[in-house]
Design a protein around this ligand. Structure first.
Ligand code: GDP
Ligand code: MG
Length: 260
């Protein structure tokens, strides 16, 4: 529990045998459920995660690789079944600093946000820690995502360190989330379409000695352009063309939630 909230942490992991056990071990003790999603890894990720002894640990497995967005959607679904109030994402490569989790949860505790995301650029050391090519890519995608999502105040769209409230997950249909790397951009546009409140909180950038990424410019540009365009169109449709229908859907969900 964190304050009055029951909290789950979702850990998407693909070929993370070197990092996943440490990631699970370092999840703060106040977290009630740790849900590792092994995305059909070719290595010992599943065994490394399963050997950890920790209250509330579950290691789920995709029979086939589906991508980081789909792994997170699987974790969200399980967390909703478990009835938690807030769900954080901490990637299985240990790039999220556990010391930042309380400040990401706080706006949900305060009732000030429905979804909170990390912003590594809010801290001055990002320029020293993050490799220059990643700085350039993250700045460019953050600027584009301001337009596509409509959240002009937010930055660092690609930061995967996030906390979603139960209400946000119930409203946005996480199962339909883009399955691969464009998922944060898709998610932000969905959150805006549903009129949910999103806040940025400064978090540490972590690029340890084992750091590597599955992102390859050649394979990511095409799907990324597609997901940005699609999420932009959908968001415009929901906020400009059919706002009444969206508002009605959100209201129905709120009524169901308060009745249950
Ligand atoms: N590359 C990759 N990562 C995945 C996949 N499914 C889950 N993940 C996990 O998603 C997280 C983020 O991926 P990563 O390549 O580190 O992205 P980056 O941190 O944005 O460079 C890591 O913990 C991966 O283990 C997948 O299909 N491919
Ligand atoms: Mg990573």
């Amino acid at each position: 529990m964190f304050a009055e909230l029951r909290v789950a942490v979702v850990v998407p992991a693909f070929n993370e045998e070197l990092n996943v056990a440490r990631t699970v071990r370092d999840v703060p003790a106040f977290v009630d459920h740790v849900l590792v999603i092994d995305d059909a890894s070719h290595d010992r990720t599943f065994l490394e995660a399963s050997r950890m002894r920790r209250r509330g640990l579950e290691v789920l497995q995709h029979p086939k690789n589906r991508g980081v967005g789909a792994a997170i959607a699987t974790g969200y679904r399980r967390a909703l079944e478990l009835g938690v109030d807030a769900v954080a994402v901490m990637a299985g490569d240990g790039q999220m600093d556990p010391r930042d989790l309380p400040s990401l949860l706080q706006p949900i505790v305060d009732g000030a946000a429905d979804y909170v995301k990390g912003n590594r650029f809010a801290r001055g050391d990002v320029w020293r820690v993050m490799p220059p090519a990643r700085v350039a890519g993250n700045v460019a995608l953050s600027m584009i995502t301001k337009v596509t999502s409509g959240y002009w105040r937010l930055f660092d769209s690609q930061c995967g360190y996030t906390v979603a409230s139960r209400r946000a997950l119930a409203v946005i249909d996480a199962a339909g989330l883009f399955p691969r790397y464009g998922y944060p951009n898709d998610l932000l546009a969905r959150l805006h379409a549903a009129r949910l409140r999103v806040e940025d909180v400064g978090v540490r950038a972590v690029y340890g000695p084992n750091w590597r990424s599955g992102i390859r410019l050649t394979t990511v540009v095409y799907p990324m352009s597609f997901v940005l365009l699609r999420s932009w169109m959908r968001r415009l449709w929901a906020t400009r063309v059919a706002p009444v229908e969206v508002a009605a859907a959100v209201e129905t969900e709120q009524r169901c939630a308060s009745a249950s």
